[in-house]
Design a protein around this ligand. Structure first.
Ligand SMILES: Cc1cc2nc3c(=O)[nH]c(=O)nc-3n(C[C@H](O)[C@H](O)[C@H](O)COP(=O)(O)OP(=O)(O)OC[C@H]3O[C@@H](n4cnc5c(N)ncnc54)[C@H](O)[C@@H]3O)c2cc1C
Length: 424
């Protein structure tokens, strides 16, 4: 909030300081628009940009949009002022490129409206419009006295350098001389849920909350360069704490994920590539504390949202064995939504229960599809530590019970559908 206020007041000050004529104000607005465009040309998408700047995905998205909005507003001020002092015409070359830049600004503002519906079309057109904008600005500014053409050159340079860095990172992650590149194994379950395991040529230490972008060229020609984000829900390590394979859970939607399930042969290795890891998601926006700093963790998940919680449990149990965390109790309440939810994560849950030497993990599963046998609780897993209830969870009651039996600071982690995580 403070940053935004400082940024906005600083920008407005720059708009008025030492401005003597209306024409000056128009030129100043144009320059401010050009300056504000600089940070939004980091290549590689939100995830890579956030990683480069060391911010969360949310913060990066917010900063990207804020600079873009101010750049557009300044451009609007510039256009309004120019329209006051001269006649704007498409036939004038300078003005033609100015109007082209304005059209690209407009397109870039409107495009996010279709983002949810056609994500890939959004990505390509967003990039296309951004490139057209650079070209239009280049043509519009190249005859100016003040070397304003340096701005489009800067945008292209930033975009090219960050894009190249991302490419290098992808090669580094996927290729190791003398080893197979990343391989993918698809394991479908009943109820349209599937698990993907990726065999990694270059192990890394996975942290809970990390995500990867996954590309599977085998899915089809249009998907060669496409990648989609998935939360890492499990990993197997090499005995030295570095993951040799990672797994993700997914329920197919209508595009890439549906084709992946339809076109990749189950339980056979096939080629894939990953970009990442990205994250992890921060536990608390207002402080730098980690999950292990809390005495009591209350985790709730519905459906395959469990994929986002398992890594935290795995990491906490590991940290507990090494006496690295303060956590003394983990309560996981998992509401099964659909057929296949249970099967997709059952074996991982059982591994975790076995790993829990300190008996700090309490798992309650609510299965609304289970035929009700008099509200009988079924106990499964090591020492019957996983309680399976029939029906739906009463979230309010669960939260009250956790607050009542609280041990130290309580943190709640929410995982719905596919991996939204937040803390309170
Ligand atoms: C940080 C993050 C982590 C995720 N983790 C998981 C996970 O662990 N398991 C899981 O099942 N799903 C996960 N998702 C969602 C998953 O990435 C999308 O469901 C998938 O990309 C849909 O691809 P599609 O072509 O089949 O979707 P479509 O049917 O074309 O679209 C369905 C929805 O997915 C969104 N979407 C499509 N492509 C992308 C993309 N490249 N990036 C972001 N969103 C997209 C669209 O906006 C749309 O709302 C995650 C998403 C994000 C942002």
């Amino acid at each position: 909030m403070v940053f935004i206020l400082l940024y906005l007041s600083g920008t407005v000050t720059c708009n008025v300081v030492q401005i003597h004529t209306v024409a000056d104000a128009g030129t100043r607005a144009a320059k401010l628009s050009l300056i504000n465009l600089i940070p939004i040309f980091l290549g590689g998408g939100y995830e890579f940009g956030a990683r480069l700047l060391g911010t969360s995905l949310y913060t990066y998205g917010f900063v990207h949009r804020s600079f873009a909005v101010v750049a557009v507003l300044e451009a609007i001020v510039h256009i309004i002022i120019v329209a006051q002092i001269r006649v704007i015409s498409w036939s004038n070359e300078l003005q033609f490129y100015g109007l082209l830049a304005a059209s690209m600004f407009l397109a870039l503002v409107l495009l996010p409206l279709v983002k949810k519906r056609v994500y890939e079309v959004f990505l390509i057109t967003h990039l296309g419009c951004a490139m057209a904008l650079i070209y239009a600005i280049w043509q519009h500014t190249r005859s100016a006295h003040e070397r304003l053409w340096a701005f489009p050159v800067t945008y292209i340079s930033i975009f090219a350098i960050t894009g190249a860095l991302q490419l290098v990172r992808i090669f580094y992650r996927n290729m190791v001389i003398g080893r197979n590149p990343v391989r993918l194994i698809l394991r479908p379950y009943v109820g349209d849920v599937a698990r993907i395991t990726l065999l990694l040529p270059r192990p890394w230490t996975v942290r809970a909350g990390e995500r990867i972008n996954l590309g599977v060229p085998h899915v089809g020609i249009f998907y060669l360069a496409q990648s989609h984000p998935f939360a890492i829900s499990w990993w197997e390590d090499d005995g030295r704490g570095r993951a040799v394979s990672i797994s993700v859970l997914f329920r197919p939607r209508s595009g890439f994920t549906r084709k992946l399930l339809d076109r990749v042969e189950p339980n056979r290795e096939c080629g894939a590539w990953i970009d990442g890891p990205f994250g992890p998601t921060r536990v608390n926006w207002s402080s730098a504390s980690t999950v292990g700093d809390y005495g009591h963790i209350f985790m709730v998940a519905t459906g395959i949202g469990i994929a986002a919680q398992l890594p935290y449990i795995k990491e906490l149990l590991d940290g507990h064995n090494k006496a690295q965390v303060c956590t003394q109790r983990i309560s996981l309440v998992w509401q099964l939504d659909r057929v296949g939810d249970w099967e997709s994560a059952r074996d991982w849950l059982q591994v975790l229960v076995r790993q829990d030497n300190g008996y700090m993990l309490h798992v309650s599963v609510y299965d609304q599809l289970r035929s009700d046998s008099g509200n009988e609780i079924q106990r499964i897993g090591e020492n019957g530590l996983i309680e399976v209830h029939s029906g739906r969870v009463n979230w309010e009651k669960q939260l009250d019970a956790e607050i009542e039996s609280r041990i130290g600071k309580l943190l709640s982690l929410l995982g719905f559908k596919f991996g939204t995580i937040s803390g309170t």
